[in-house]
Design a protein around this ligand. Structure first.
Ligand code: MRU
Length: 353
């Protein structure tokens, strides 16, 4: 990214306000925990890994202002901050994973003073931030091994540098292939209702000089039928133990179309997006968004007043439609019932390169 999606400098959290892109490039300082909560809720900062990083840094922002006489009081306030940030959005498990790391840091360091635990928590948030950058590069390197010298890839939503600390997951693979000199072209679904594909994916690919064509969501099957697509790569918000994958609404439709045309469909995601505590996609909580985002998207009324609206923000693609998961630990292939747990629980060096 020309300017990082998230900046943490001198204990100050600054984000790109993604609701303004691509028309305006605006950065925003998040000065309170409530600012961070609103930024996540309103998708000023969005994408599963970026949400996790923002929440962890949100804790670092919040603890700066805890005026506690002792650890008991500090801990109670810190837990309140963690629990509050956990209510911002329900589907991306990276949010809960990152907040859980913050909570464990608090609990595992009960012997530290108030000042010392403040430093330890801030350091942990910085670790989550920096690790995400390294993880996305690894995902890119692994994913690049799947990309032929010439390849056209369809993607849905935005799983790029804007959705992570840097570089992206699905787009990270595309950047890695592009940097390796491969001729990569991308079709980007516009991604109704909030247009992450049209506003964000095309914007960041164009900034990086990657060839990109914008299509309406309902054009995906047609370009597949026209033999224009070699591969689909998307990101994920939560992946169950059996490989069922929640991602932006419309991903399931893309997966069905890819399957019908024998086009491989890959999901690129860090280990932190896997939720091994749930057996299948049926257990993934799906966020529902306000009717207004559908009826009055970007301040233009496009439906009659009072119309009934159903707007789930995510859907679940069954594991059987997914050719593989591109993770920082390697590429995970079916049968997922075995391979996901095995891969995620082994040291990185043991995985397929
Ligand atoms: O509602 P959003 O914009 O946060 O949804 C984002 C997605 O669905 C992404 O594809 C997913 O989080 C992966 S980001 C690397």
């Amino acid at each position: 990214m020309p300017v990082p999606t998230i900046t943490w400098k001198n204990d100050t959290l600054i984000i790109i306000d993604q609701t303004q892109l691509p028309v305006r490039f605006v950065t925003k300082k998040l000065e309170t925990v409530q600012d961070v909560w609103v930024a996540i809720k309103e998708l000023q900062v969005r994408g599963a890994p970026a949400i996790g990083v923002a929440a962890a840094l949100g804790v670092a922002v919040g603890i700066k202002n805890i005026a506690a006489a002792d650890r008991g009081e500090f801990d109670r306030n810190c837990i309140k901050i963690i629990e509050y940030l956990a209510t911002s959005r329900p589907t991306a498990v990276n949010l809960f994973w990152a907040l859980d790391r913050m909570k464990k840091t608090l609990e595992n360091n009960s012997g530290l003073s108030v000042d010392q635990i403040r430093t330890a928590l801030t350091k942990e948030a910085e670790n989550i931030f920096n690790e995400d950058k390294a993880i996305c590069r690894q995902i890119g390197l692994h994913g690049n091994t799947l990309i032929p010298d010439q390849c056209t890839i369809l993607t849905h939503c935005n799983a790029g540098g804007l959705a992570t600390a840097d570089y992206g997951t699905a787009l990270g693979v595309i950047y890695a292939a592009h940097e390796a000199g491969k001729k990569v072209s991308v079709y980007s679904d516009e991604t109704r209702p909030l247009l992450q594909g049209a506003r964000l994916t095309t914007w960041e690919l164009m900034q990086s000089g990657v060839d990109v064509t914008l299509i309406c969501d309902n054009t995906a099957a047609k370009v597949m039928m026209e033999h224009k697509i070699d591969m689909v790569i998307v990101g994920a918000d939560r992946i169950a133990k059996n490989g069922d994958t929640a991602n932006k609404i419309g991903t399931y439709m893309v997966a069905i179309a890819a399957n019908a045309h024998n086009i491989p469909m890959y999901v690129a995601a860090p280990a932190s997006t896997f939720d091994l505590s749930i057996e299948s996609g049926a257990d993934i909580p799906i966020e529902e968004r306000e009717a207004k985002e559908v009826t009055h998207g970007f301040a233009t009324q496009t439906a009659p007043d009072g119309v009934k609206v159903y707007s789930p923000a995510f859907d679940v693609t069954p594991a059987r439609l997914i050719s593989g998961f591109i993770t920082e630990k390697g590429i995970i292939r079916p049968p997922y019932d075995k391979s996901i747990t095995e891969t995620l629980l082994q040291p990185a060096s043991a995985y397929e390169q």
